[in-house]
Design a binder for this molecule. Sequence first.
Ligand code: GAF
Length: 400
Amino acid sequence: MAEEIVPISVLVQEARDVFRNEFQEEPDIAVFAPGRVNLIGEHTDYNDGFVMPMALPLVTVIVGKKIEGDESIIFTTNTGVDTSQRATIEMPNKNALIRAITPGGPKWSMYVKGVIANYIGDIPPAFKAVVHSSVPTGGGLSSSASIEVATYIFLDELTGPNSIMPTDKALACQKAEHDYAGMPCGIMDQFISLMGKKNHALLIDCRNLTSSLIPLSDSNIVVLITNSNVKHELTGSEYPTRRKQCQQAALIMKKVSLRDATLEDVNYLKSINADEDIVKRARHVITEIQRTSEAAQALKQMNFRRFGQLMVESHQSLRDDYDVSCPELDALVEAALEVEGVLGSRMTGGGFGGCTVSLVYAHVIDKVIGNIKKKYKGSPTFYICTPSDGAGKINELLQK
Ligand code: GAF
């Protein structure tokens, strides 16, 4: 029914086999970084707001080793839309004032290049590596952030111990995505991929980059992710537009960001006949930040029913005010909510396709999956996920 979650140990062995095949030698470094699902707090990270994601057991693994010379060679088992599985990277010049890498090459390699260029501290040596992932590409579960963060941790292993804060590593990976992949993302995905914790959701304050863990491990409750397996073209262009609209709203309200605004400020926007889209975007962000704070309280009190209601309100707001849902995501949410025992359901991530996340009583999980399969016109895939640990090294798995 649901997809099998491949254990990290198996992914590492698979990646090692590919490495041996490609390079006829053994890797001596293995690292992983997870994808994420956002439980609530959507499109709030770039508005200084709160988000509440959890790290997934779906991960990107990188195995590799240091080599002599200036050129790194990377092989991926998953190319996404590209056809080329191999990329070479000219490592940055140690004497250059600005650490830049020539762009170009397959899209997946841009995430790796961007992280090398933005790596904090010593310039990493050249390396050979294999990238292998169980995070579905382009499914809204942060496959790109998991490659970036895995790359960062891999470079840490190459260069040796350092005292760089995880938040600074997350910021470096975010900059990699901005500058090398051209996606002006917020900080949520890289942050949770680094700092996720088993059996916990993470409430992140994206204004001051602090976070608090909230336990999420109740044997009666299941987090169900449903991949619509659709991705509409709008994603690339609409995300920057939403960011700009939020900045415009804050500017008109004379606020640093929408984090500082209230619904009274939305009334002010209306009173001056501000553009209707601007009003709606601001209303979503302001109410979503409130919902996320309330959801954190509900989760602390293990009030899953309230948490679920807030998820539903979040979806409605994303659909009606932020205009980032699509008929497929709406249909998945609707089909999930038809089943008694589903506490909440919403689209998750940037929108325009990708996944929904539902909070479900464990005893109705088969019923929910069955109903979605019956009602949804596409071909959905399902993942039952428990909150998992953030990125780390797993070199010992290579010894086995
Ligand atoms: C994408 C972005 F990368 C995140 O930073 C966040 O803005 C999310 O969309 C929407 O909440 O995943």
